[in-house]
Design a protein around this ligand. Structure first.
Ligand code: PLP
Length: 330
């Protein structure tokens, strides 16, 4: 089946720019570094969830939903982009967020409120554990509720990154270059699963390196197995024969540090170096950690000077405001 015929709602501006980071490359005495600017997808300050939501919300509308519910951390970029998508389409939006209501609205949470979402505080449950109960209640009230999965990472969300791989291929060909590696933050798996499928379909040799962001202590399925199974389910959805196994996956867990959202020296250096050399913002939770990983892989020679690496910027900068106390700015 041609995924291009699937239900899709236009929510962002594509293709996103592809640029070269010459100054960062020079300061690291490293390889050519390119950056795919999904921080500029255009939906309410952008990010990788816009691509997934085009297919997920397309499905929700096809099914006649009038209410959307999803879950995440208090500073979830996924929730903020879902909130904006729902607002633009006149859908009621419910967000189930980890933690307790803070005294002050900031970063993504502030934007969720501006989009007029109903927020349900869920304590330790930041991955949607409380959704079924809320859906039951809303359904009893007569709402047609559609559940957007945690991080937008189901087969439909992954299709967004199959399409992203196609988009990148087109840009790569017009630049007449090739990439040896694509480095990106991986946390709910849809980005990585979609790129893995794209790599097979477009017969690419590029090495996909997902930088793990989350220790995953509460995950029922180990994250690597989850990504492989999602890639397989996505292949099935489009009726392709590709099958994925352990050898198709590179998930680098060297940089998880103290765990999800715990900002350390690695993220601080990456945020500061990317800003000072290129005038580009990476975020404290995802892209700062992944960029820190890329910088380390260049310094330690795991990525060589003769390579050509693409960093997929998946967004997240709105969280910088909420993390100001964790940033080392001296
Ligand atoms: C969600 C998110 C990711 C991770 O993408 P997944 O598809 O969930 O693995 C990376 N970066 C940012 C900024 C995100 O919001």
């Amino acid at each position: 089946m041609d995924y291009q015929n699937m239900a899709r709602e236009s929510l962002g501006f594509f293709p996103t720019p592809l640029i070269e980071l010459k100054k960062l490359s020079k300061i690291l005495d490293g390889p050519q570094i390119f950056m795919k600017r999904d921080d500029n997808t255009g939906l309410a300050l952008g990010g990788n969830k816009t691509r997934k939501l085009e297919f997920i919300i397309g499905d929700a509308l096809a099914k006649g939903a009038d209410t959307i519910i999803t879950a995440g951390a208090a500073q979830s970029n996924h929730c903020r982009q879902t909130a904006a998508a729902a607002a633009s389409l006149g859908l009621e939006c419910h967000l189930v967020l980890g933690g307790e209501a803070p005294d002050r609205l900031d970063g993504n949470l502030l934007l969720d409120k501006i989009f007029d979402c109903q927020i349900h505080w869920a304590g330790k449950n930041r991955k949607g554990e409380d959704i079924p109960d809320i859906v039951e209640k809303l359904t009893k009230e007569g709402r047609k509720v559609y559940v957007v999965p945690y991080g937008g990472s189901n087969e439909l969300g992954a299709i967004g990154f199959l399409e992203a791989f196609r988009e990148l291929e087109e840009q790569r060909q017009s630049l007449q270059t090739s990439f040896t590696h694509i480095v990106f933050a991986s946390s709910s798996g849809g980005t990585q699963a979609g790129l893995m499928l794209g790599k097979k379909i477009f017969n690419s040799k590029v090495e996909l390196i997902g930088i793990n962001i989350d220790k995953g202590e509460t995950d029922k399925v180990p994250f690597d197995q989850y990504i492989i199974s999602l890639a397989n389910k996505t292949a099935k959805l489009i009726e392709s024969d590709y099958e994925f196994s352990d050898e198709d996956l590179i998930l680098n867990s060297d940089y998880v540090g103290d765990g999800y959202g715990e900002v350390g020296a690695l993220e601080n250096e990456a945020i500061s170096l990317t800003a000072k050399t290129e005038g580009i913002l990476v975020d404290p939770v995802y892209t700062g950690r992944a960029m820190g990983g890329l910088i380390d892989m260049i310094r330690t020679g795991k990525i060589k000077k003769s390579d050509r690496v693409l960093f997929w910027h998946t967004g997240g900068a709105p969280a910088l405001f909420a993390y100001s106390d964790s940033l080392d700015l001296n």
